[in-house]
Design a protein around this ligand. Structure first.
Ligand code: NAG
Ligand code: NAG
Length: 407
């Protein structure tokens, strides 16, 4: 695949800037040991070989959560068949704890909403063959300010999470002490590594200090953007920011443009298909954010697309990039295993367009004859294609193809 010179130059500039100014903060050890420490992978937990999949409470429920919602969501992941497709993390987001720690310094699950405690919730979720995620902040409070953060309590909280059977930690950036994320996040990485249980570490520092440049040593995924909202503009701009760092995603460490809004009602069906398509080819975490207890047939159709999920989980683990842009039209593409290419023909504009993607832009040899699989129509097109593929694409819609050279 031809590298996009634009993103390569940008990345190079960021690297130079970053290495010279910021990396000194990653480890507080004596200066002569710094270079060694920086190169060490702090997080050798073996997790995230494909992007994480599951559900999180935040996008739909925000702070209105309790153990009933969490358990019923676990039930729904099973009864809908979503867990069989890989959606296995059940992630509790902000607002799960009491405002104050107990006299021993422990975080305390909120008595009014999680009366059984987190160990019981974890046991329930595990009994279904699922995994439980939890949330904290590299600050004095979490973003809701309704509960404490873990700054200064990293080892203590990591041990607590492990003792409850937690499998995943989303670590936010609110109410911090003004020190750099490169100082605060690795402290939790080390604490998790000492906690005696593999815990997936999802960094959520909002892209403040270009976490793609240092995140792979520290976490299994890193947010590249501010929070998503359930609108077309928010969704598509998260995808744009996230694409800058495409070359830095790899098995074990993924760029995270935030959780899915599919099914929350703020976008059209075609817009949600664009959302899911871009997240799939961007090797983004597929963390559902709707209410699974009353998920509609239309939402299920989108989030259960096995071929889109297979693109996301492809063993090559290469994030797709924008390979051609012209006004409202964009081509995004990335290589898949088996000499295949995943391509999105995207129409961001207000009217219908005919979009052509050329082999040269897609990284397909110029003389190849190509079979095209339409991932949303679930069919292999009868025509075989030479040099390019063209489709008519509605406003705020896309085509998602898997292209396979046959000669
Ligand atoms: C699901 O229920 C919630 C209330 O819990 C409601 O806000 C939402 O609109 C419902 N969604 C659908 C698709 O019925
Ligand atoms: C697409 O390829 C065909 C040959 O298969 C060629 O005739 C046509 O000019 C190409 N179109 C574009 C827009 O490049």
């Amino acid at each position: 695949m031809e590298r996009s010179w634009r993103s390569s130059v940008l990345l190079l500039m960021l690297h130079v800037l970053f290495m010279s100014k910021e990396m000194n903060g990653v480890d507080a050890g004596p200066p002569k040991h710094r270079l060694l420490m920086e190169r060490r992978n702090l997080l050798a937990n073996g997790l995230g070989l494909t992007p994480q999949m599951g559900w999180s409470s935040w996008n739909h429920f925000a702070c209105n959560i309790d153990e009933k919602v969490i358990k019923e969501t676990a039930d729904a992941l099973i009864s809908t068949g979503l867990s069989k497709l890989g959606y296995t993390y059940v992630n509790i987001d902000d607002c799960w704890a009491e405002k104050a720690r107990d006299e021993k310094g422990n975080l305390v699950p909120k008595k009014s909403t999680f009366p059984s405690g987190m160990k019981a919730v974890a046991d329930y979720v595990h009994s279904k063959g699922l995994k439980l995620g939890i949330y904290s902040s590299a600050g004095y409070f979490t973003c809701s300010k309704a509960m404490p953060g873990s700054l200064g309590y990293e080892e203590h909280d990591a041990k607590t999470f492990a003792s409850w059977g937690i499998d995943y930690l989303k670590y936010d950036n609110c109410y911090n002490d003004g020190t750099k994320p490169t100082v605060r996040y690795p402290v939790m990485t080390r604490a998790l590594m000492k906690a005696g249980r593999p815990i997936f570490f999802s960094l959520c520092e909002w892209g403040d200090l270009h976490p793609a440049l240092w995140g792979a040593k520290v976490g299994n995924s890193w947010r590249t953007t501010n929070d998503i909202t359930d609108t077309w503009d928010s969704m598509i701009t998260r995808a744009d920011y996230n694409e800058f760092f495409a070359e830095l995603a790899r098995p074990g460490g993924w760029n995270d443009p935030d959780m899915l809004e599919v099914g929350n009602g703020g976008m059209t069906k075609n817009e949600y298909i664009v959302h899911f398509s871009l997240w799939a080819i961007s090797k983004a975490p597929l963390i559902l954010g709707c209410n699974l207890r009353n998920i509609t047939k239309e939402t299920m159709e989108i989030v259960t697309n096995k071929e889109a999920i297979a693109i996301n989980k492809d063993p090559l683990g290469v994030q797709a990039k924008k390979v051609r842009m012209e006004g409202d039209i964009e081509i995004w593409a990335g290589p898949l295993s088996g000499y295949r290419v995943a391509a999105v023909l995207l129409n961001r504009g207000p009217i219908k367009y005919s979009i052509t993607a050329e082999w040269d832009d897609l990284g397909i040899p110029p003389t190849s004859i190509v079979k095209a699989r339409d991932v949303w129509e679930h069919k292999t097109l009868k025509t075989q294609f030479a040099r390019n593929i063209t489709a008519t694409v509605d406003s705020h819609s896309c085509k998602l193809y898997i292209l396979k050279p046959v000669s």
